[in-house]
Design a protein around this ligand. Sequence first.
Ligand code: NAP
Length: 497
Amino acid sequence: MSDVAMKAAPMSGDAARIDEFRNLIDGEWPRGGGEPFDNLNPADTSDIVGRFQASTAEDATRAVAAAAAAFEGWKRTPISKRAAVLNRAADYLEAHVDRSAREMTREMGKALNLAKDEILRSAQTLRFYAVEGQSLTGEVFPNDDSDMTVYTLREPLGVVSVITPWNFPISIPARKIAPALITGNTVVFKPSSDAPLSGYRLAEALVAAGLPKGVLNFITGNAGEVGPAITEPPVIRAISFTGSTAAGEHICRSVGFTTRTQMELGGKNPLIVMDDADLDKAVDLTIKGGLSLAGQACTGTSRVLVMKAVRAEFLARLVARVKALKIGCGLTEGMDMGPLATARQLDTVLRYIAIGKQEATHVHGGERLTGAGHDRGYYVSPAIFADVTQQMTIAREEIFGPVIAVIDVESYADAITKANDTEYGLSAAIVTRNPRVMHDFANDIQSGTVKINRTTTGNLVNAPFGGLKRSSTSTFRESGRTGLEFYTQIKTVYRGC
Ligand code: NAP
């Protein structure tokens, strides 16, 4: 397939050319109705990664109509053919991994190796659902009538909307779109306006793989304009959304009774460090979980609850390690932490750091970085706060940046009480050598993902993922086999002779 990116006219002055990327609606690649917007590199805002369509509500409505028109045909397409499309799209992603990884790093700042891993994991997700979707079964129910068979059928819902954030700009779309397609649904996909290119590459891969027209529609643009048009019409049978709790709750309130929702939202994830913990490991897990994406992971470690007996030593080792981190552009090998993804992120994180400096003990970092390649990017040094208490803002609100709040705890019970004292429940971890504590933690913690001697971040393609409390709608889990259930409805058939 030819590359569908369209070249725009050269920019005035420096003669730089900017790639323009269009929507995908009903198998065509049209421009949107609004003035296109630029996608900037957060490591160097003079670098324009691409120009995208500012779609109007009318564009979005056409995308929904195309998905509705394609539904019956796709539903009736043999499942082996649907699976073959996913497998070929996985091939395409793998074949283009180097190009796409560089683009991802340029559009949202994560290190190149993490971008590559994410693309390969997305290919793995497509392959997983190509297999798993083909073994989705119903049930047969014993009954007293020997002339009757009672069984369930699983069928697709219809048109589903997929709305995704910028921090995992291809793996989150892949884990929503692949189960939707393999089960026979058609999709309208809106990526984040802050990192639309990676999602575009996924759409491109599926088109290259032979997906029929209208089955996947890709549309970029402002959420206020496009959002209602792809969430509120009754023809939208399901919405799979990942993003902030505020936006997710807004969407849930605005959609109709017959629209199924799956919302993966914010977190305030704790890591508990017990007094028997391997402290170097605890420091390592704090840094990996809290800072590797500059703290911009929904499952990122933001609260570290440390037993008082080891608190001073833990803090000293953490600060020493954090001071040695290399912060710079993700395209440069050896960097430990990149920039924040957007100017809005930068403002928010600096605001929380200022609040932290007023309410807690500021131990390290939290400055906007300048000079040495940082001037044109959204760089902040990792901030560490100690003596953080439960009522403080930095202990309660999701910051989504490289800010670690260290909270003292007296005992395991105290740690659990404090860890659970949050409106969120996405991921939680503990570092301990005690099997009894490991066992109790899995039962006591109010969290959809529970990690023992592992980072709060990261989840398997083949295991369920989702949060408790305000971190998710407690309806359907994403990922793994359970990820298929959201996209199907059950009919119970009573068949007599
Ligand atoms: P966001 O501002 O809520 O945006 C997420 C997506 O929703 C974007 O595509 C956005 O479009 C769109 N959107 C926003 N308001 C909408 C509306 N009313 N109707 C329809 N679409 C709407 O979140 P973000 O800043 O991109 O991502 C960070 C948040 O995502 C954090 O809270 C993080 O915890 C959460 N997150 C959760 C998970 C999880 O699995 N639980 C994973 C990753 C991230 P625009 O870009 O055009 O505004």
